[in-house]
Design a binder for this molecule. Sequence first.
Ligand code: PXL
Length: 274
Amino acid sequence: MSPTPRTALTIAGSDSGGGAGIQADLRTFFACGVHGMTAITAVTVQNSLGVQGFTEIPVDTVTAQIKAVSGDMGVDAAKTGMLATAEIIEEVAKTFEEVHIGRHAEKPLVVDPVAASMHGDALLREEALEAIRSELFPRATLVTPNLDEVRLLTGITVTDGGSQREAAKALIDLGPQWVLVKGGHMHGDPRCVDLLSDGVQFVELSGTRYDTEHTHGGGDTLAAAITASLAKGLGVPDAVAAGKRFIERSVAESYPLGGGVGPVSPFWRLAHDD
Ligand code: PXL
């Protein structure tokens, strides 16, 4: 028998292609040595060429999954990804209060405000943006928007370090404890600079930009790696730094799969002993 590992819960959508969403979260949790648990919100039909459609899971089933695992197994940290509808967001937010997940409770919560796939396919109904802002952000320990999500949530188009800082302040005003404004989509920049802020400190995290188109699941993998570190007890700045190291290697070792965009790979973290 082994000691029980730390646990992490993801509330997100299934990617039939295995590279993003629930599947990205689970393989990252596994590679990071935490026990992963899932509350599935939607089932997407997709491959490397794009998302062909999705079906939401009934909202009571979504919240029942969260209650079932947190009541019995315990959740050391949680993250949200694709939440699909305003109703799911509102009920998940209420459930977080009940099971003590979120910035004002015992267990850290990472909110990755997934709005669209990298092909531009919608993963969130339009009216749900307001629910992300008003219900979820005030409960988040950390939010991790990319620049498209920043624009949708704040109206700010980030083009340089100054507008990235302005966006961080606008997002902190929505109530999360910390924000990580990811600079990966600022393509003119030869580095990949993310900005981490709690509204007082502004920390630039500079990383290598790899020349690959195979970055499917990159945002999910970063948020899941941060969540795993929070589950292990790290504070937010250390967990984000560890997550950033993790995603860099995962992007460096991404692979082609199918005729379109291949996934980032957390496999580097596992021993190759066969
Ligand atoms: O990478 C964002 C994302 C999250 N969740 C699901 C997805 C995607 C992107 O395609 O399919 C289910």
